[in-house]
Write a protein that binds this ligand. Structure first.
Ligand code: ACO
Length: 326
């Protein structure tokens, strides 16, 4: 049986750090409130001239170099982002040019914070079907440019970054063992950007009303996330007849420490087997899981043969989970 396996990872975080005490000077908030409610202490912010493809380039280059591959070795590029360089062309096409992947097809997907796992799902399907043999999947976000820096209920949460993985087929008992994606469009209003699309095209009015920034019903999103993530981690383990004790690492979407703790608690996983890096990067949406995966791999937290579980939820609403044997 052919499975897809991750053969390389890479990530990139912009240099500029915005701390909670910096935010105290911008909006009516405190380091204590942000730390207690979210677990976030600081986040990275892209420079004015950095767009999603620039962050994606750095992460992808690292993943290619670590696998001793060149851009032209890649057959397909899937970029997950809600902060693409521009409405079109796709950020994946711009990235294709930057890395010299002249033999690749390239497209973007939008599943908000679940975007990377949606990308992994598509790549896994292409590899299993034999359609493609080497695929680059990236999550890249410059959320700082769609964040309302006057809205304390959202601006404390988000950050910028990118993560990339390269997938290839394998006939070994490893790689992506199981992967699921889900959505419920009836809840789209919980998390959205009202302006700038064909519903509310850009106008002076949409700009004046700050419609080009993220709007979120935080508390409802929070409750939905806890309930859903608890269910999907239990289900994917049961479906694959895996005991939580066999799991080496849980790599959750980095949105809120309380959501992560609730999920881990539900399957009885101690926090030392959960990758948490949101305290330094905040929520980087589609980039959060590939950044965390890269960190886990590069710091030796994942070894050959380990079972790892990835899970995410986000705007759409969307949610997803993946069980991987490294
Ligand atoms: N500083 C100080 N006080 C604040 C802040 C802030 N930054 N933000 C909100 N408050 C206040 C509120 O106004 C409210 O005050 P009130 O009681 O006087 O009305 C109080 O704090 C409590 O607000 P809640 O929204 O109920 O706080 P909650 O405990 O739900 O935490 C949070 C808010 C952190 C946003 C939480 O709801 C959350 O994490 N939600 C999920 C967000 C998320 O994960 N989004 C997901 C994906 S993002 C994507 O897909 C792009």
């Amino acid at each position: 049986m052919v499975r897809s396996k991750i053969i390389s990872t890479g990530s990139y975080l912009p240099e500029k750090i915005l701390t909670n005490s910096d935010l105290e000077k911008m909006v009516d908030t405190t380091d204590d409130w942000i730390t207690e409610r979210t677990g976030i202490k600081e986040r990275r912010i892209a420079s004015n001239d950095q767009a999603a493809s620039d962050l994606a380039y750095e992460a992808s280059k690292l993943a290619l170099d670590r696998a001793s591959l060149k851009g032209e070795d890649i057959e397909l590029i899937i970029t997950a982002t809600v902060t693409g360089d521009m409405p079109f062309p796709s950020t994946a096409c711009i990235l294709q040019h930057k890395i010299g992947a002249k033999n690749a097809a390239a497209f973007d997907i939008n599943a908000a914070c679940s975007g990377f796992l949606y990308g992994l799902y598509i790549a896994d399907s292409f590899i299993k079907s034999g359609m493609h043999k080497r695929i680059l999947v990236i999550g890249t976000e410059v959320l700082s440019k769609i964040t309302d820096w006057e809205d304390r209920t959202t601006c404390v949460l988000f950050g910028d970054g990118a993560g990339a993985v390269i997938l290839e087929p394998t006939e070994e008992e490893r790689g992506i063992i199981s992967i699921n994606i889900n959505s419920d469009g009836s809840l789209w209003e919980l998390l959205h950007i009202p302006g700038g699309g064909s519903r509310n095209p850009v106008s002076r009015d949409t700009v004046d009303r700050r419609l080009h920034y993220i709007k979120m019903k935080g508390n409802e999103t929070f409750k939905f996330a806890v309930r859903t993530l608890e269910d999907i981690v239990v289900k994917i383990l049961e479906d694959n007849k895996l005991n939580p004790a066999q799991l080496s690492l849980l790599i959750p979407h980095q949105a809120n420490l309380r959501i992560i703790q609730a999920t881990a608690e539900r399957i009885g996983l101690p926090m030392n087997r959960v990758l948490v890096n949101l305290y330094k990067y905040g929520n980087t949406s589609a980039a959060s899981i590939p950044i965390a995966l890269d960190e886990a791999f590069m710091t030796g937290k994942i070894k050959d043969g380990d079972y790892i579980l990835l899970e995410a939820f986000g705007g759409g609403l969307t949610w997803a989970s993946a069980l991987i044997r490294w």
